[in-house]
Design a binder for this molecule. Structure first.
Ligand code: ADP
Ligand code: MG
Length: 324
């Protein structure tokens, strides 16, 4: 046995639903406005929560549902349930509705008595958008979550704008100071006192590039490494090593969610590490069969940057990009 460094791992894990949410007052306020009607058994206003990963989108919804809407809410991750029937079944199970061939009618009957709120997380992973209209037609409120910009989602689901109005709620990447507050709070509950110096929590906050999930994973891995090395305290070495591992992990699901063009564009930059905007576009034109226009190419930059996969510096053709 090494020295104990982490005495409770749970607060560092992704599935943990925090009771305290930092720096999300604005988003919380907007969500309250959308969800308030439910308290009087009226239909909630739909919302679209978007922003890069690790910005608290899932956490905020899970917390609100648990706190205020138990029994009238369902949370479905569309990465795991991408088929319409699968989504409906999952909602029924969570609401305690019998799952049989009359499922849609049963859901409708339930929704007539009580107003329901449903969260579809990673909504861009749905095979098609039909389930959105089914749920909306029977009076259920929708909280949709995605890494994608609203415009991307509207292009994907062209019908949605007219049929299911959405309040857009943006979750920007955290600043390192904001992350520091989040990480300090969790570290307090999981690390043995004095085993993780505050300045190292600050280092982790900077290395996490605005992503709370990465920040927490850096702390967890660094703690476990220090234990394996029989240290009494975590040192900078463990933090830096853990940061490299944690950032690699984060990319895979994001990369899977890119479309063909986005992937080609990203891979060119990722191979080189850093490029000027003009060179990047030229390289891309050489590789792509039917290259998109320069304007579209810039849109792709913006969406890759929003996902936290790349970072840009400077202006116009002289803008330099870096894969993260
Ligand atoms: P997203 O869904 O935007 O990718 P998550 O909600 O899964 O991000 O957040 C990632 C991790 O960071 C979770 O463990 C979550 O509890 C934590 N977290 C994110 N934002 C906050 C916050 N504002 N306060 C406390 N914990 C947070
Ligand atoms: Mg999430």
């Amino acid at each position: 046995m090494g020295y104990g460094i982490i005495h409770n791992e749970e607060p560092l894990l992704e599935a943990f639903v925090p009771t305290r949410l930092f720096h999300r007052e604005g988003q919380l306020q907007e969500l309250k406005l959308c969800l308030e009607p439910l308290l009087e058994n009226k239909k909630a206003n739909n919302a679209y929560l978007y922003g890069p990963s690790g910005t608290g989108k899932t956490a905020i919804i899970k917390w609100i549902f648990k706190e205020y809407f138990e029994g009238i809410s369902a949370y479905v991750n569309c990465w795991m349930h991408s088929d319409s029937n699968d989504v409906l079944r999952e909602i029924a199970l969570q609401l305690g509705i019998k799952v049989d061939e009359d499922l849609m009618r049963r859901l409708e009957g339930f929704a007539l008595k009580k107003k329901i709120i449903v969260c579809l997380d990673e909504v861009d992973q749905l095979k098609n958008g039909n389930v959105l209209y089914c749920l909306s037609n029977i009076g259920m409120g929708l909280m949709l979550i995605s890494n994608k910009m609203p415009s991307y989602f509207y292009d994907l689901e062209k019908r949605i704008r007219s049929r299911v109005p959405l309040t857009e709620i943006h979750f920007p990447a955290y600043t390192w100071q904001e992350l520091l507050d989040i990480l300090k709070d969790r570290a307090e509950f999981s690390f043995v006192p004095e085993s993780l110096p505050t300045e190292l929590i600050e280092t982790a906050s900077r290395l996490a590039c605005g992503d709370a999930r990465v920040g927490l994973e850096i702390l967890r891995r660094a703690g476990r490494k220090a234990e394996a090395r029989r240290l009494k305290k975590v040192t900078r070495t463990e933090i830096v090593e853990a940061s490299r591992e944690a950032r690699k992990l984060r990319k895979s699901p994001l990369l899977c969610s890119l479309n063909e063009t986005e992937r080609i564009v990203y891979e060119i930059l990722s191979e080189k590490g850093r490029m000027m905007s003009g060179d990047w576009y030229n390289e891309y034109c050489k590789k792509a069969k039917n290259p998109v226009t320069d304007r579209m190419f810039r849109k792709i930059h913006a969406s890759l940057a929003k996902c936290g996969l790349i970072r840009g510096e400077g202006k116009g053709r002289w803008k330099r990009y870096e894969a993260l």
